[in-house]
Ligand binder design. Structure first.
Ligand SMILES: [Zn+2]
Length: 177
């Protein structure tokens, strides 16, 4: 069984795996395939964040993740498929790489994408924190992981870190937390 087959059958053991070649054809037929170096733009359904969506063995998958699995191999648990090209709608496997959530966030922050995309109910990485939030973050020092705090407050981890080290909200650190 292929690695992809193993992953898929774990998700839904009763279904028969689709043929890999057919799936690749179906995947590619939903994108504009340019040259090997250009972005392969997904033309079918996308989620609000801009990632392509494809049905595979009865499951809705992110198109770029399926593209990575089909062309490059299985995605180890806990890793993300990131875009070198900063185009979430791209499924060109040569534009995809495996990274941790931290890589993914760092990548987004370094490219400024977090400032370009604002989703309702979500704050961008540069969001202003209220003093109460900054105090709560300081109070969590050593108890809650910085990544978790970053996610909870919708800011970048470096922002959390700068609060912890007193670079931001220094007056809170001075008065004691
Ligand atoms: Zn691309």
């Amino acid at each position: 069984m292929t690695a992809l087959g193993a992953i898929v059958s774990k998700r839904n053991i009763r279904r028969v795996d689709e043929d890999r070649e057919d799936t690749i054809k179906r995947l590619l037929s939903n994108a504009i395939i340019g040259g090997p170096d250009s972005c392969w733009e997904w033309t079918a359904l996308k989620v609000r964040k801009g990632y392509g969506v494809i049905r595979y063995n009865g499951k809705k998958l992110r198109a770029h993740r399926l593209s990575y699995e089909l062309h490059c191999g299985p995605i180890p648990a806990g890793l993300f498929v990131c875009h070198r090209c900063d185009n979430r709608g791209c499924i060109n496997p040569s534009h995809l790489f495996l990274g941790t959530n931290t890589d993914n966030m760092r990548d987004m922050v370094s490219k400024g994408r977090h400032r370009l995309i604002r989703l309702p109910g979500e704050r961008n990485g540069q969001a202003k924190l209220t003093e109460a939030e900054a105090r709560a973050i300081l109070a969590s020092k050593g108890k809650v992981r910085q990544e978790d705090l970053a996610e909870r407050y919708g800011v970048s981890q470096s922002r959390i870190s700068s609060i912890m080290t007193g670079k931001n909200w220094a007056h809170l650190t001075e008065v004691g937390n």
